[in-house]
Write a protein that binds this ligand. Structure first.
Ligand code: AKG
Ligand code: FE2
Length: 262
C-alpha cells in the first residue's frame, strides 16, 4: 500500500467509527459476467446520468447479496453529522484497492469508460470524448468501497455527492480526483424489492450554482434493476438526488467512484 494512503488510514484509525473496516473481506470472484461487447453506456440525462445494464449478471448479484449478508453491516446512527444527509440504512465500507481494481478491470467498466481510438459503437466513446465526459483521464475506481443494505422503510435523503482527492495505489502511486459516483444495484423488483429508486432533481441545478433555478425538467427516476450500474456526475456538478424509501424487500448497492488523474 502506498505511503500516503497508509498514513491517512493510520491517522484516522483512532477516531474511525466502527463501521469503517480495516480488513478487506474475501470477495467472491466477479463471475459469471456477460461479454463486455454486450455492454453499453446508456445516457439517461446528458452529461449527468449514465446507465450500464447487466454489468453484473443476476447470478453474480445473488452470490454477492448472499456473501454481503454475512458481513457486519452497521445501521446508520439515528442522528446524522451536521450538514450530512439523513441516511437510514445499513452500511459497511472498506478501503480495498485490489477489489476496486478488479471491479474496474474485470467487469468491462474499464473498456466501456476509457474509450477507444475510434468511435465504433453508436454509444462508444473516443479517448477525447471520454476525457470530456469524465472530467479528465480516467484511471480507475475509488478504493473506498461502500456496501448499502436498505430494508423496508429505509432511505437516503436528498443530498449532493462530494468530489475527493485521493491517491491510487499503483506503482508509482497516481494522484487522482473522483468525478462521478458509481452505484451497482444488486437487487430490484425481480428479487422482491419495491421502491428504493434513485431520484435526481435537475430542476434545482447543479450543486455549484444552487439558485433554485435549473433545467426545466421533471425529476429523473432511476428504477432499480438487478445488475445495473448507474454513474452520475458529482462534486460541483452534482445534481440533488436521493434514494427513495424501500417499501418491500431489500435494496443492496455497491458504491464506488470514478477517478481521473490530477
Ligand atoms: O442508494 C441510492 O440510491 C443512492 C445512494 C447515494 O446517493 C450515495 O451513495 O451517495
Ligand atoms: Fe449520493
Amino acid at each position: 500500500m502506498p505511503q500516503r494512503s497508509r498514513r491517512k488510514t493510520t491517522t484516522k484509525s483512532s477516531r474511525r467509527p466502527p463501521e469503517e473496516q480495516e480488513t478487506a473481506p474475501g470477495w467472491p470472484p466477479l463471475q459469471p459476467l456477460i461479454p463486455t461487447t454486450d455492454l453499453a453506456l446508456e445516457t439517461l440525462l446528458e452529461d449527468q446520468i449514465i446507465l450500464i445494464r447487466n454489468l453484473f449478471t443476476s447470478t453474480l448479484c445473488k452470490k454477492y447479496v448472499s456473501f454481503l449478508s454475512s458481513l457486519p453491516l452497521i445501521t446508520t446512527p439515528a442522528k446524522p453529522k451536521e450538514g450530512e444527509a439523513i441516511r437510514l440504512n445499513d452500511r459497511i465500507q472498506f478501503n480495498d484497492p485490489a477489489f476496486a481494481e478488479q471491479l474496474w478491470g474485470s467487469t468491462g467498466l474499464r473498456s466501456l469508460i476509457s474509450g477507444s481510438a475510434e468511435n465504433v459503437e453508436p454509444n462508444g466513446l473516443t479517448y477525447e470524448g471520454a476525457k470530456k465526459i469524465w472530467g479528465g483521464q480516467v484511471c480507475g475506481l475509488n478504493p473506498r468501497i461502500r456496501i448499502y443494505r436498505y430494508g423496508q422503510g429505509q432511505f437516503f435523503g436528498q443530498h449532493y455527492d462530494e468530489s475527493n482527492n485521493i491517491t491510487l495505489s499503483s506503482t508509482p502511486p497516481t494522484p487522482a480526483r473522483t468525478t462521478w459516483t458509481l452505484l451497482i444495484y444488486l437487487t430490484g423488483p425481480t428479487t422482491g424489492c419495491v421502491g428504493g429508486e434513485t431520484v435526481f432533481y435537475p430542476e434545482l441545478g447543479p450543486a455549484k450554482k444552487f439558485s433554485g433555478k435549473g433545467i426545466d425538467t421533471d425529476p429523473v427516476v432511476v428504477d432499480l434493476e438487478v445488475g445495473m450500474a448507474l454513474l452520475h456526475k458529482h462534486g460541483q456538478d452534482c445534481l440533488l438526488h436521493e434514494g427513495k424509501t424501500v417499501r418491500k424487500g431489500e435494496k443492496w448497492v455497491i458504491r464506488s467512484d470514478l477517478c481521473v488523474k490530477r
